[in-house]
Design a protein. Structure first.
Length: 202
């Protein structure tokens, strides 16, 4: 059985794919693995790219500097900040932190033309890892994932199957990708990836 703690938080909320966690575990093999990440805080940030005060406020509150380079993200042990567009970023943090972060950023940027929105209930995150994870994604995604063009620390908004995802490469020594997908499409995406993995775990 999978560890229930990974799919249920202290308030009893479950991840969208908690009901198929055993299916994901059963598909895990030496070559490729698919799992759902624990619940996390997710926040959308919007501001003009030349708003230095906003950049400083985000760094003070999160410890991370907003990435200015397209399709990149920065991270520490607990948080990630993704570039989503010239004036938009996406922050992930430990579960339960969103209300505090939103409040602190709103206070720090009061009077500025910015937007800080808690979207924690919008997406879940699937992690695809293993030596054959490249192959699985290349079968399901038209985006160029060649190591020369897509490296750890890069991200892209793209389609996997018919599902829009935020795709991030988080490791290369043991290839690992994270796919952020809207909750309503999570079961479709998981099933689609499991089918693409089938040749490696049968």
């Amino acid at each position: 059985m999978t560890d229930e703690f990974s799919f249920t938080n202290a308030n009893g909320a479950q991840t969208p794919l908690a009901d198929i966690s055993d299916t994901l575990l059963a598909a895990t093999c030496r070559k490729v693995a698919l799992r759902e990440a624990p619940l996390a805080s997710q926040i959308t940030l919007r501001a003009k790219s030349d708003n230095a005060d906003f950049f400083h406020a985000v760094q003070r509150q999160t410890g991370l500097e907003l990435p200015r380079l397209a399709n990149n993200f920065v991270e520490d042990d607990a948080r990630r900040l993704f570039w989503m567009g010239p004036s938009e970023w996406f922050l992930t943090a430990p579960d339960g932190e969103a209300p505090r972060i939103v409040k602190e950023l709103e206070l720090a940027t009061e009077g500025q033309h910015v937007s800080v929105v808690d979207v924690s209930d919008n997406r879940t995150c699937l992690t695809l890892s293993g030596a054959k994870s490249w192959n699985v994604l290349n079968k399901t995604c038209a985006f160029d994932l060649h190591p020369r063009t897509f490296e750890p620390g890069q991200c892209a908004q793209t389609l996997v199957g018919r599902t829009q995802v935020l795709l991030a490469m988080t490791a290369d020594n043991q290839p690992e990708f994270q796919l952020y997908v809207r909750n309503s499409f999570a079961h479709y995406l998981a099933g689609f990836l499991l089918e693409a993995m089938r040749e490696y775990y049968e």
